[in-house]
Design a protein around this ligand. Structure first.
Ligand code: LLP
Length: 417
């Protein structure tokens, strides 16, 4: 459920017509709906009832300061994978003590900085990383709160690029290695063993893989307890999918309830952390773009718009399907079968393929479900400045990121003497 809808055949973000945004801010432009972000956060939060929990929004999905601010005000924590993301959280008003630091390749500098800032938990993904975190904590005269990320070897049934919990993936430590690593960590002066976690992939549309992963992690929790190692936190990662087209992902509420049912059955009362990104932000954003040309081709027609693969990479990278709709449905244009493509000089530059669309040059289109992994994956390829970002709140619109200017793109470059 999102707050983008038609009124008198004009697409609106909450109360604001998208045509008004295009007029004021230009195109291409990302538009987010505050009400949608809040609604999605609350579904996760409410589903837990009294069960102790932390919803840590995954900053990699959308790091815009205003997006983080909206969620922080609802009580969200954050899942980060870099110091850039930590800086974003802090700049948006978030606290390091609500931050979970994940990632398979943390540098020594990042670990030292995370400890200084006081992040809640560092998720550890290898024996060498454990040694590095211990050394950094000892040097800083502190103890690092850690959780191992377990790779439960479960097939998440998603795109191979975003499956992370299979044994052949680079992520996490195997269940077989975990006990030894926990024992080692428990004996280290710089380490405070605090929890355990897993994240098996993104855009999961079934609940079973999550259940399988949780059961395997709980087997380890029990084995650890038998070895005298008790934990406080269980982090189940992110991954709940959204509906782009006709997928039927689990409702976040049903997903949480399925997890809690397993925990109850296994007499586990650990506090639970979730790291949703896409399920909170995905359907809370659209990409607004203007049609430049209609180009008939010998085998298919092209609608050439002003947004391109540098603005939205998902179609090119994952062959991802995003709905594209005309902003004004009153226009009396011929419906045509077409590819919707951008100005970048690559055949891989497409937003959508084989669609039916009734638009004319100058018309606005909206690419839907791009609030997660949209702007954050934008680049300056072809020296294209990245788009503006707008947050709509009721009848108000706020430019929460100015459109980049071409001078910004080379402001850190220098000519030779
Ligand atoms: N936690 C960890 C440790 C993760 O690696 C991820 C995502 C998340 C949480 C959030 O997952 P979500 O709830 O958003 O599924 N660029 C890709 C998605 C990459 C996801 C990587 N990890 C895409 O556009 O589909």
């Amino acid at each position: 459920m999102d707050h983008f809808g038609y009124r008198q055949d004009q697409l609106h973000a909450e109360e604001v017509p998208l045509a008004t945004i295009a007029e004021r801010v230009g195109t291409p432009c990302y538009v987010y709906s505050r009400a949608t972000l809040e609604r999605h956060y609350r579904v996760f939060d409410d589903a837990f009832g009294d069960w102790p929990h932390h919803i840590c929004f995954s900053v990699k999905a959308n790091g815009n300061l205003a997006v983080l601010q909206v969620l922080e005000r609802l009580g969200a924590g954050f899942d980060i994978v870099s110091m850039g993301e930590l800086d974003r959280v802090l700049a948006s008003g978030g606290r390091a003590s609500d931050v979970v630091f994940s990632g398979v390749g943390k540098s020594s500098d990042e670990i030292a900085r995370a400890l200084r800032a006081g992040v809640r938990i560092l998720s550890i993904e290898s024996g060498q990383e454990l040694d590095r975190v211990n050394a950094a904590a000892l040097a800083a005269n502190t103890k690092a709160p850690i959780a191992f990320r377990i790779n439960p070897d479960v097939d998440p049934k998603t795109h191979p690029y975003i499956a992370t919990g299979l044994r052949e993936n680079k992520f996490g430590v195997s269940a077989a290695d975990a006990l030894g690593l926990y024992r080692k960590a428990d004996a280290m002066a710089g380490i405070e063993v605090a929890g355990i976690g897993c994240h098996i992939g993104s855009q999961l549309t079934e609940v079973d893989p999550f259940c399988d992963a949780l059961e395997k992690v709980l087997d380890l929790v029990e084995a650890l307890a038998q070895n005298g190692i008790t934990l406080q936190h269980l982090d189940l990662g992110g991954g709940v999918g959204i509906r782009y087209s006709d997928e039927t992902p689990p409702d976040p509420k049903d997903y949480v309830q399925a997890m809690l049912a397993i925990l109850k059955r296994r007499n586990c009362d650990l506090s639970v952390t979730l790291e949703p990104g896409r399920a909170i932000a995905g359907n809370a954003g659209i990409l607004l773009s203007r049609v430049e040309y209609l180009k008939p081709g010998p085998s298919k027609d092209f609608v050439i718009v002003d947004a391109a693969m540098n603005d939205l990479l998902r179609p090119a990278l994952y062959q991802a399907w995003h709905e594209v709709v005309a902003v004004d449905r009153r226009r009396n244009c011929e419906m045509r079968e077409c590819d919707i493509v951008g100005p970048v000089c690559e055949t891989g530059d497409f937003i959508a393929r084989d669609r039916q669309l009734a638009v004319a040059p100058g018309d606005l289109v909206a690419v839907r479900s791009v609030g997660a992994y949209g702007f954050v994956m934008a680049s300056n390829y072809n020296a294209r400045p990245r788009p503006a970002e707008v947050m709509v709140d009721g009848d108000q619109l706020y430019v929460v990121r100015q459109r980049e200017q071409t001078a910004d793109l080379f402001s850190t470059e220098t000519l030779l003497p």
